[in-house]
Design a protein around this ligand. Structure first.
Ligand code: HEM
Length: 343
């Protein structure tokens, strides 16, 4: 076959630098005002938006993987997803650290141009809202429902709504956990469906609780002992909860290494997003104190509410309450132990 001639790639054309580097237009400059830090303000926000774009790209690939009706154990898919979720975490590390660059801008420096920005605000970052939605923050879980779309134009409202209507990672992960065969397949549990195992686990767990922890047993029953389906107000079903706890308890078995990494990396995403939110709140308080945001919310108060309630995978994080020392958990059937190892 004849080799196709390719034109040489030129660095600045490949990266479209003429567009990116010509995309900073300080409002102060347009009005002939001197506000030297507005350039930093623009570049920081643009940098964040580029990272948000990369995060959305990774989340799209991960969701594509989990949309499959089945993910065979011997496919590269789970490894690929874990790898990409970890990449999202490293990007979030940078996003958190980057705040310190903006913090070199003092409140007075910001006041030089702040009023010129109204009503623009990071609150209008569509990509940030899309990331939240792609992970699983739906309308029902939102803090500030009354105004989270109020500052957006029609096109952007449609983009956020579309992102909210797509299947999110939390929905797909729940489904993947529900499919996990180990807690329910007949060939492992012979005459029963695994429910005997969970009764034993419950008993061992009850024995491990102190008097002040007795309420945990009630929560255990709600989350694991119901007749399948979803415990009230929960986004992970009883079957998914069982699988997730099973993964956490038996993570030492080879077949569960990657599922455990996956669950842990989802918790890490929540943790890092929370770190970003808190870092942002500190910066906001330092920069504008108790004044309302340019985006029309109650400012730091709104942000604190969002930081407290926007953990996406909090139900998975909560499952650690039901862990016990390795020597206290019930023994698994022999065939299951065999299947969880390298054979
Ligand atoms: C001087 C710097 C900054 C100040 C004073 C500030 C202030 C605020 C305030 C007050 C809000 C609440 C909404 C409103 O505007 O009423 C907000 C939201 C937000 N800001 Fe900033 N911000 C700053 C920098 C940044 C940067 C660099 C980013 C990076 C993209 C960012 C992203 C966001 C996002 C995504 C939200 C929505 C958060 C949520 O809904 O949970 N902000 N900001």
């Amino acid at each position: 076959m004849e080799k196709k001639e390719r034109l040489p790639v030129y660095y600045s054309e490949y990266l479209q630098l003429d567009k990116i580097l010509e995309a900073q237009f300080p409002e102060s400059g347009k009005e002939g005002l001197k506000a030297d830090d507005e350039m930093l303000f623009i570049i920081i926000h643009q940098t964040y938006e580029l990272w948000f774009k990369q995060i959305l790209h990774e989340l799209d690939i991960i969701r594509e993987i989990f949309r499959q009706p089945n993910i065979p154990n011997n496919s590269p898919d789970i490894y690929n997803s874990v790898h990409r979720i970890k990449r999202v975490s490293r990007i979030l590390d940078v996003a958190v650290m980057q705040m310190s660059v903006l913090e070199t801008m003092t409140p007075l420096d910001f006041l030089d141009f702040r009023d010129l920005l109204r009503p623009a605000s990071g609150f209008q970052s569509i990509q940030f809202k899309m990331i939240e939605a792609a992970l699983g923050l739906g309308y029902d879980q939102r803090h500030g429902k009354a105004y989270y779309l109020s500052q957006l134009n029609e096109k952007d409202i449609a983009r956020v709504k579309k992102a909210e209507s797509d299947e999110s990672l939390i929905v797909l992960i729940n489904r993947w956990l529900e499919r996990m065969p180990f807690c329910k397949e007949k060939r492992y549990w012979q005459e029963n469906d695994g429910s005997e195992y969970w009764k034993q686990y419950r008993q061992a767990y009850a024995n491990s609780l102190s008097e002040t922890e007795q309420a945990n047993l009630k929560l255990f029953d709600t989350l694991f002992m119901g007749e399948g389906g979803y415990p009230e107000g929960r986004r992970f079903s009883a079957d998914a909860n069982k699988s997730a706890l099973f993964i956490m308890v038996y993570r030492d078995y080879p077949l569960l290494h990657l599922p455990y990494e996956l669950v842990s990396s989802l918790l890490e995403i929540d943790e890092l997003l929370s770190m970003w939110r808190h870092r942002h709140i500190h910066m906001v308080q330092r920069t504008i104190g108790k004044r309302v945001g340019t985006g029309g919310s109650t400012g730091a108060e709104y942000l604190r509410g969002a930081a407290d309630s926007h953990y996406i995978f909090k139900e998975l994080a909560e499952l650690t309450s039901f862990l016990m020392p390795r020597n206290a958990v019930p023994k698994l059937p022999e065939q299951l132990v065999k299947d969880l190892g390298y054979n």
